[in-house]
Design a protein around this ligand. Structure first.
Ligand SMILES: O=C(O)COP(=O)(O)O
Ligand SMILES: [Mg+2]
Length: 226
C-alpha cells in the first residue's frame, strides 16, 4: 500500500476523470441537446475542458460557447433538460473505467478502508454507472453534486462523509483528477492524491499541489516493500 494510506480509514474517490473516462458520453449527450436547439455543436476535446463543476455548469459553458454570451434562463433550462434526458438514456455507451480502478477499489475495501464516492455529477446517474461497471458494492456512500447544499470545491461533502463514518479529517484521503477535488480535500483537512489523466480544465493537476500524484491507481495499492 502507498504510504499516504498510513493512518487512514476512509478513502473518498471522485468519479469523472478519476474512475471513469465519461467525456465521450457526456459530449454525445451535450451534442444531441445543442443540435435539438439548432445550435452549433462542440468537439469532444472542448467538452473535456468544461467538465468538473457539475451538469448545470457544463451545459452553461457549452451555451456560452455556442451563442457567444451567458444564456438566458429559458435557454439554459431547455438545454439542461435535454442534456439530462440524453445522458440518462446512454451514460455507459462509450464510457470506460480507467486502468487499475477495479483492482484498487476491491483491494482497499478488502483491506478494511471505508470507500466513498464524491462527485459533482448529478446523483441520479451515479448508481447506474457504478452498477454497469460492477464497482458499486465497494462504496459505503455516494454523494452527487446535487445531494447536499454545496458541492466540490466546497469541503462540505467530504466533511459529511467523514462524519458519517466517525472519521477525523486526518484519517481521510481524497483521490481525484481536478483542482476541485484537491481544493475540497485541502479545505476539509484530508490528505490529497491526484491522477493526471482526467479533466482539469486543461491545466496540469500539479498546479493544485496535491500531496501525491500517481500515474494510475495501481500505485496506491502496490506493495511498498517496507
Ligand atoms: O459532473 C461533473 O462536473 C464531473 O464530476 P466529477 O469529476 O466531480 O465526478
Ligand atoms: Mg473529476
Amino acid at each position: 500500500m502507498h504510504e499516504i494510506l498510513h493512518g487512514k480509514r476512509l478513502v473518498a474517490f471522485d468519479l469523472d476523470g478519476t474512475l471513469i473516462d465519461s467525456v465521450p458520453d457526456l459530449a454525445a449527450a451535450l451534442k444531441r441537446a445543442l443540435r435539438g436547439l439548432n445550435l452549433a455543436v462542440p468537439v469532444e476535446e472542448q467538452v473535456r475542458e468544461w467538465v468538473g463543476n457539475g451538469a448545470p455548469v457544463l451545459v452553461e459553458r457549452a451555451l456560452v460557447w455556442a451563442v457567444g454570451q451567458p444564456p438566458e434562463a429559458h435557454l439554459q433550462a431547455r438545454a439542461f433538460d435535454a442534456f439530462m434526458q440524453h445522458y440518462g438514456a446512454a451514460p455507459n455507451t462509450l464510457t470506460r473505467l480507467y486502468p487499475g480502478v477495479t483492482k484498487a477499489l476491491e483491494t482497499l475495501h478488502r483491506a478494511g478502508f471505508t470507500l466513498v464516492l464524491i462527485t459533482n455529477k448529478p446523483e441520479r446517474f451515479i448508481a447506474p454507472i457504478l452498477e454497469h461497471f460492477g464497482v458499486k458494492e465497494w462504496f459505503a456512500l455516494c454523494i452527487g453534486g446535487d445531494t447536499l447544499s454545496e458541492k466540490k470545491p466546497s469541503p462540505l461533502p467530504l466533511l459529511h462523509a467523514a462524519a458519517a463514518f466517525g472519521c477525523a479529517p486526518h484519517e481521510c484521503l481524497m483521490v481525484g483528477d481536478s483542482r476541485h477535488d484537491i481544493g475540497a480535500g485541502k479545505a476539509a483537512g484530508f490528505a490529497t492524491l491526484a491522477l493526471p489523466y482526467g479533466y482539469n480544465h486543461g491545466d496540469p493537476i500539479e498546479l493544485s499541489h496535491p500531496d501525491v500524484v500517481l500515474p494510475t491507481l495501481d500505485g496506491l495499492i502496490e506493495p511498498t516493500g517496507a
